[in-house]
Ligand binder design. Structure first.
Ligand SMILES: [Ca+2]
Ligand SMILES: [Ca+2]
Length: 325
């Protein structure tokens, strides 16, 4: 490739890059509104929280961050086409790693699922029958801060609280930290006023726990614990955890008598579905406590179970005890 040809080629490639970034010839990405975006990629925590509550906005900011990054690199470009291709590769890699992080640059996320006792086994969520599912579409939600729910939450055959009766609520920073063993029989317990549960529109309704800061603080939503109770003990369950930003969650599985079945720790939280089953193939899973310290907080959605027998609502309601601190 001659010098002149190389120069024309490079100019064409760079023009294309600038057009893509919306920073060269005034070209903008479809749907992007760069005029109203914040310039600083190192956003405060509250802004990061908004990223998973407003997925579309996050996508715009992600592209904006990419635009700035490529533009900054452009200013130091060596005049070779090889360098241009290398940088395009860097930008592509960043786009994957940045998803959901709203402009920050996290380390590559590695997801792990670790069982403490082996009584509960992680399985492909696609293998879990979904003859019954809780989607929270029957509840009022709404954009941030969503809808605050005091007391137990009932949705499509399941019930939810903050923790189980007999357990103690503490805190780690803005996050709920539940300790202690549930009473027999396993019974849901609601959190304090404004610190229980919240239903949020996150493309669809999802259930989140409210942390100690309380509704409607943005740093309470998703930071609280969620306790879920199945109307009948299950062998296999699956559900989606949403809003995760590379942090971790602890899932504690309990039997109908409040006995501990297993504790599962998930790291590298992202938008993902998880499936679990009992190692001995018994219908033993009556309740699950979800706790997290993910910086963005998390929500739960699309809870699948076999549910061969449709429970009576009276049984579920009768097992609820609501306490306020
Ligand atoms: Ca949903
Ligand atoms: Ca709470």
């Amino acid at each position: 490739m001659g010098a002149v040809t190389s120069h024309v080629f490079l100019d064409t490639v760079l023009h294309g890059l600038l057009a893509y970034c919306g920073s060269g010839g005034g070209t903008r990405l479809p749907g992007a509104d760069f005029q109203h975006e914040r310039p600083d990629p190192l956003l405060p925590h509250a802004a990061r929280k908004r990223s998973w509550a407003f997925a579309l906005r996050s996508d715009r900011e992600l592209r904006m961050h990419l635009a700035r990054r490529v533009h900054r690199v452009f200013s130091t470009l060596a005049a070779t086409a090889v360098a241009v291709f290398a940088l395009a590769g860097v930008a592509s890699a960043d786009k994957i790693a940045l998803l959901g992080s709203n402009g920050t640059s996290p380390s590559p996320v590695i997801r792990t699922i670790t069982s403490e006792t082996g009584a509960i086994v992680a399985v492909d969520p696609g293998t879990v029958p979904c003859s019954q599912i809780t989607t929270f579409s029957d509840l009022a939600g709404g954009d941030t801060p969503g809808t605050n729910y005091e007391g137990p939450v009932f949705s499509q055959g399941m019930t939810f609280g903050e923790r189980f009766l007999g357990q103690t609520l503490g805190a780690i920073g803005d996050f709920d930290a539940v300790s202690g063993s549930p009473s027999d029989p396993l019974t849901l317990q609601a959190g304090a006023l404004g610190q229980n549960l919240d239903v949020l529109s996150y493309s669809t309704n999802v259930l989140t726990g409210l942390g100690p800061l309380g509704f409607p603080d943005i740093d309470a939503i998703g930071e609280g614990s969620i306790a879920m109770a199945f109307p009948l003990p299950q062998e296999r369950v699956s559900f989606q955890l949403v809003g995760g930003n590379g942090g971790s969650a602890t899932l504690t599985f309990y039997g109908a008598d409040g006995s501990l079945l297993d504790t599962i720790v998930i790291t590298g939280l992202a938008e993902a579905s998880y499936g679990f089953e009992t190692a001995d193939a018994t219908n033993a899973i009556s309740g699950i406590l979800i706790q997290t310290t993910d910086p963005s907080g998390i929500g739960v959605d699309n809870i699948c179970r076999e549910g061969a027998v449709v429970p009576t609502r009276a049984v579920s309601w009768g097992a609820i005890k609501t306490l306020y601190r």
